[in-house]
Design a protein around this ligand. Sequence first.
Ligand SMILES: NC(=O)c1ccc[n+]([C@@H]2O[C@H](COP(=O)([O-])OP(=O)(O)OC[C@H]3O[C@@H](n4cnc5c(N)ncnc54)[C@H](O)[C@@H]3O)[C@@H](O)[C@H]2O)c1
Length: 251
Amino acid sequence: MKRFQGKTAFVTGAASGIGLATVKRLAEEGAQVYACDINAALLEEEINALSAQGGAIIARPLDVTDSDACQAAIAETVAHFGKLDVLCNVAGILFFAHYTDMTLNQWNRIIAINLTATAVLCQAAIPHLLKTKGNIVNVASIAASSGLPYNAAYCASKGGVLMLTKALAVEYADRSLRVNAVSPGGVNTPLASAVAFPEGASMDVFGRALPLLPMMAEPADIAGTIAYLASDEARFITGSEMLVDGGTTAI
Ligand SMILES: NC(=O)c1ccc[n+]([C@@H]2O[C@H](COP(=O)([O-])OP(=O)(O)OC[C@H]3O[C@@H](n4cnc5c(N)ncnc54)[C@H](O)[C@@H]3O)[C@@H](O)[C@H]2O)c1
């Protein structure tokens, strides 16, 4: 399948996990990709390896909490590739803490990376996406609509991503701009492996966040869903949350 031949995509969080798998999938399907991440060294290493297999990918360091740099990165994408068709907001962080132990800095950081940066990049990209009748795919989480313990800031940030997605979908539908969200459950990435539960955490409550299917999702499972929503096959889907959670939220 080459659903993205002649299309340009912008992907954040591109050095690792779901973002990297998304760059790979979109490039395999013919897209020109602007891949960015705060981890410049890992990004360069991973994108060099991907570029060696073909595909027009440019890798740029970007801290998504720097709104001027986000604006400049979108402008550079359009200057370099001539247009923008797809924005994938994938970069994100997670930490676990008892709510009363969480610092204001931790709260601000998670909201800045997961939610505010997504909003800023959507704002920068929309004028270009309106010209191409393009679309946005934001990575939310099952934490956007299910309360996960020791995760209040993350839940609040992802709930915000989901509602930002729906609000933009409604606002821009009449101009054929689609905006959707993918909500993974547990995915086998460095973010998930680094989870450390706070002392005294109750596994009884947390156990409800586990998938029903007897396996963990791989980054490629989420990237495949992102690619579907970003493709013309999903031309009638907007304002949607696609859960890719192995049944976690089915019960
Ligand atoms: N892995 C899971 O179980 C899971 C579940 C649900 C949702 N998600 C979401 O999927 C997205 C991708 O996560 P992942 O699991 O691939 O994690 P990951 O840690 O493998 O990748 C996240 C990437 O985001 C980058 N990043 C972090 N802060 C950044 C910043 N300020 N600017 C630019 N880049 C930054 C990191 O360097 C990293 O490369 C996140 O939004 C996460 O919340 C993950």
